[in-house]
Design a protein around this ligand. Sequence first.
Ligand SMILES: [Zn+2]
Length: 184
Amino acid sequence: MPRTLLPALALALLVPAAPASAAGDDPRWVFYSHDTTAYTSPWYAGAHRTMIGYGCTRAPYYSPDSRCPVGRGFHHGIDVALPCGTPIRAGRAGRVVSSAAYGPAYGAQPLVIRNRRLGVDLLVAHARRVYVSVGDRVRRGDRLARASDSGAPDGCHLHFEVRTAGGGLDDARRPVAFLDRKPA
Ligand SMILES: [Zn+2]
């Protein structure tokens, strides 16, 4: 065996190969959903699992909520595990409106797209490299941002939330239908 191959061989033996499906997985992800299906969606590139669904959750990041079993909090959106940097696109058309009323829990640059026909605000949280500005009109498929962990303790993901247009947290509604997701 040529002497020059030895270091490479030793390295190959020491470092286990990661399974292909784990490429880009975030070690901070914790899944509080029983649904292990990977879904595609016009809102993001690739096929990915749900971390936390909408409604009462065992996830420890939320204050106990009177709507839920004792001690459990209420999650107002749906969290999709996205490797950091995953492209996020507009899954529905609308106009970008201010996200100033949203707190730091939504990250440094949350995005709100108002669809007047549907009467809803569509919120994309934990984004970075936001490519659109308040006042812009976006069409389905337009690039919006990239997934990040801004404001998220549990790794890079998309928090997708739907509220009645102009509404507050109490106006959040079940968001799944607006994701238009399909099992991969
Ligand atoms: Zn969330």
